[in-house]
Write a protein that binds this ligand. Structure first.
Ligand code: ADP
Ligand code: 5GP
Length: 199
């Protein structure tokens, strides 16, 4: 069995996190992406159950009350959460997990991991990385280029980015996504250092 990996990646929206996670998943088939639940509407070509499980607010709140979530948070006015079931099965089967969540969700996961006994699967596997943008101007350029959000949504994401970037010091690692290939090389280096080799 390869060394376990429980990778939590957070970033301001538009920093290039999905791009980097996609590159990791292509290179390392052992990665299992945790499909989150959200109350936001699908964007572009997003399919239910692939990008997210798209839930009504009522259904989301019912699942919070049922204790189905490992973590959940309000991001840009919508609810987002990671299901325990999305993580537990694959981890037990030896898969590498990658969670693309916000800084508040990452903080919840960090405190869960901190309460685990030393040497437990989760604490051995845990790696939290913040992907940052070189500047706010570059973040705006990328969000405009992506072409998926209305102008007011882009401005909201930029306003939220300042708060997220202020919390990057909470993460054990920060990767600045300036040049994509350079940033990817750094990220894959962290993965390999944590797991001690290829999958
Ligand atoms: P996120 O998942 O963090 O919201 P995306 O991966 O969707 O961000 O990236 C936002 C946009 O920026 C996309 O159009 C993507 O192709 C582009 N992008 C990603 N990384 C870089 C980079 N290093 N330099 C320039 N553009 C980038
Ligand atoms: P988007 O709407 O652009 O897909 O995502 C907006 C933000 O929500 C991103 O920062 C993303 O990482 C975060 N997010 C996605 N899924 C989850 C989740 O399950 N939990 C938390 N806490 N944040 C999430």
């Amino acid at each position: 069995m390869p060394a376990p990996l429980f990778l939590v990646i957070a970033a301001p929206s538009g920093a290039g996190k999905s791009t980097l996670v996609g590159m990791l998943r292509r290179e390392f088939p052992l990665f299992e992406y945790s499909v989150s639940c959200t109350t936001r509407a699908p964007r572009g070509e997003e399919k239910d159950g692939v990008a997210y499980h798209f839930l009504s607010r009522e259904e989301f709140e019912r699942r919070v009350a049922a204790g189905d979530f490992l973590e959940h948070a309000v991001v840009h006015g919508n609810l987002y959460g990671t299901l325990k079931s999305a993580v537990e099965g694959p981890m037990a089967a030896g898969r590498w997990m990658v969670l693309d969540i916000d800084v508040a969700g990452a903080a919840q996961v960090r405190s869960i991991v901190a309460r685990e006994p030393a040497g437990s699967l989760l604490s051995r596997a845990f790696l939290d990385v913040f992907v940052d943008v070189p500047s706010e101007e570059e973040l705006r350029r990328r969000l405009v280029k992506r072409g998926e959000d209305a102008p007011e949504t882009i401005e909201r994401r930029i306003a939220n980015a300042a708060g997220e970037r202020a919390r990057r010091g909470e993460f054990s690692r920060v990767v600045v996504n300036d040049d994509l290939d350079r940033a990817y090389a750094e990220l894959r280096g962290l993965v390999l250092a944590k797991t001690g080799g290829a999958s």
